[in-house]
Design a binder for this molecule. Structure first.
Ligand code: URA
Length: 210
């Protein structure tokens, strides 16, 4: 399980995350910080993308230089908090396609109910990055990945900002083939399934709802 999970401990990410945790941080700054952390995480999580050499004419000379080879990406935010990470990811990889998954838990059966699912039609050729800032129980992440796997993407990675050990356990056990990236592994869940110390409800803080 340990090498399936990468914590990005870059000082810039840790610094921004501290401001995200601060209850005094309002929605505008919180959204900006989610974007900035997502951009830095995207940079780290795409480190292994293969490169190929191409020829380029500079103003001075013809030379060989590298571009990303072949592999196409897709970003799939889990609605709604995952949307907060999307723009930054697209700024880094504008050619990526975007899918959306919307899920909620039926209060009686506790079964996941899918209310939205639109994935790129060529997802079979794509490496998918599933986006959700908070990996709490892992329920939504596991369900979203179950749904995505039915379309047979080339690979799946999961990007979150804060992960609880409970969520990491659930996700890595259900999907041992999915690499998990986060900015912090927190202590655990409270009785309401909030991550502790966490940052509260990421969706509410991004969208200013409460
Ligand atoms: N979702 C959130 O937004 N915050 C938590 O702490 C747990 C789940």
């Amino acid at each position: 399980m340990e090498n399936q999970v990468t914590v990005f401990d870059h000082p810039l990410i840790q610094h921004k995350l501290t401001h995200m945790r601060d209850e005094k941080t309002g929605s505008k700054l919180f959204r900006e910080l989610v974007s900035e952390v997502s951009m830095l995480m995207c940079y780290e999580a795409t480190r292994d993308l293969p490169l190929k050499e191409v020829e380029v004419q500079t103003p001075l000379v013809k030379t060989k230089s590298k571009v990303i080879a072949g592999r196409k990406l897709a970003f799939v935010p889990i609605l709604r908090a995952g949307l907060g990470m999307l723009e930054a990811m697209l700024e880094m990889v504008p050619a990526a396609k975007v899918g959306h998954i919307g899920l909620y838990r039926d209060e009686e059966t506790h079964e996941p109910v899918e209310y939205y699912n639109k994935l790129p039609s060529d997802i079979e050729e794509r490496d998918v990055f599933v986006l959700d800032p908070m990996l709490a129980t892992g329920g939504s992440a596991v369900d979203a990945i179950n749904i995505i796997k039915k379309s047979h993407p080339h690979s799946i990675k999961f990007l979150c900002i804060i992960a609880a050990p409970e969520g990491i356990k659930a996700l890595t056990e259900a999907h041992p083939d999915v690499q998990v990236f986060c900015a912090a592994k927190d202590e655990g869940l409270n009785e309401n399934c909030y991550i502790m110390p966490g940052l509260g409800d990421a969706g509410d803080r991004i969208f200013g709802t409460k």
